[in-house]
Design a protein around this ligand. Structure first.
Ligand code: G1P
Length: 293
């Protein structure tokens, strides 16, 4: 674990998950399993791997099973122990030993900027990380660590950027950027939330990882509803880019958008074929299956 300054992570998990209805009718989309772990556990593990041990999850309505998931289940544990199923016991324990997890209800669903603002009293006057649950970053391709390094080196806000096709940019916050001496780091000069293809300043999309300086809270307090009538984090960051400055760390690794049904299925397949316990069986089957298409 890195020896960096201790910071907190905020994971907004209050979205409605309408793209996965009816699966998300009574279950939060963050609890959809990716192989055998709910999507949100990967995100919490990512924060913990980057050395963060204080995580605040912002919950919406109907999200209580997220907090149940990260809690210990003594009767299940003693049952597995009695049966001698230590492998499963280990997996169960891992999900409840992930550091200090706190929960806060968002209240009214007024957008991502509003959800982040709700974390103000928990976070205090310090730099913090925001991780969005729909974006799953492959643990083999580090990102958050690089963002924390850039923040430590400059003291400024850092967003994760990924190049997407012009056809996809309308689904993201898009950044206007200037190069730096490092090909993987850019200066962000402007940000637009979900622009039309022709209005996008570049094809660099914000993916759901942010290292934010606490000044963002004052800006969010006065950020008016923007795109979709919601208080947008991107709009607050646009103001930060014009004043203090914002950096972008370019991510070229494996990222899965588990909020999209096709990408969600791809994530499961990609992660499962690489696993020791599942890959041996799945790889040849997939080849045969694809050959028959
Ligand atoms: C949010 C942000 C957007 C960002 C995206 C990344 O949008 O508002 O700027 O590009 O996450 O996943 P959402 O996907 O929640 O609509």
């Amino acid at each position: 674990m890195s020896q960096r300054k201790r910071i907190k992570a905020v994971i907004p998990a209050a979205g409605l998950g309408t793209r996965f209805l009816p699966a998300t009718k009574a279950m939060p989309k963050e609890m959809l399993p990716v192989v055998d772990k709910p999507a949100i556990q990967y995100v919490v593990e990512e924060a913990v791997t980057a050395g963060i041990d204080d995580v605040l999850i912002i919950l919406g309505r109907n999200k209580n099973n997220i907090s149940n998931h990260f809690d210990a289940v003594p009767e299940l544990e003693s049952n597995l122990e009695k049966k001698g199923d230590l492998e499963k016991l280990d997996r169960v324990k891992k999900s409840s030993d992930l550091g200090d997890i706190h929960y806060l209800r968002q209240g009214e669903p007024k957008g991502l900027g509003h959800a982040v603002l709700r974390s103000r009293s928990h976070v205090g006057d310090t730099t913090f990380a925001v991780l969005l649950g729909d974006d799953l970053i492959d643990a083999r391709d580090p990102l958050l660590d690089r963002m924390l390094d850039q923040n430590e080196a400059t003291g400024l806000t850092v967003v994760a950027l990924m190049e997407v096709s012009p056809e996809q940019i309308h689904m993201y916050g898009a950044a206007a950027v200037e190069p730096t001496d490092d090909p993987d780091i850019v200066k962000v000069t402007g940000l637009v939330e979900k622009p039309k293809k022709e209005d996008a300043p570049s094809n660099y999309a914000i993916i759901g990882r942010y290292v934010l300086t606490p000044g963002v809270f004052d800006i969010l307090e006065r950020t008016e509803p923007g795109k979709g009538g919601e208080i947008q984090l991107t709009d607050a960051l646009q103001e930060l880019a014009e004043t203090d400055g914002v950096y972008g760390v370019i991510f070229r690794g494996r990222r899965y958008d588990t909020g999209d049904r096709a990408d969600y299925i791809k994530a499961i397949v990609q992660l499962a074929v690489d696993r020791d316990d599942l890959g041996v069986e799945l790889r040849p089957w997939l080849k045969d299956f694809a050959a028959g298409l």
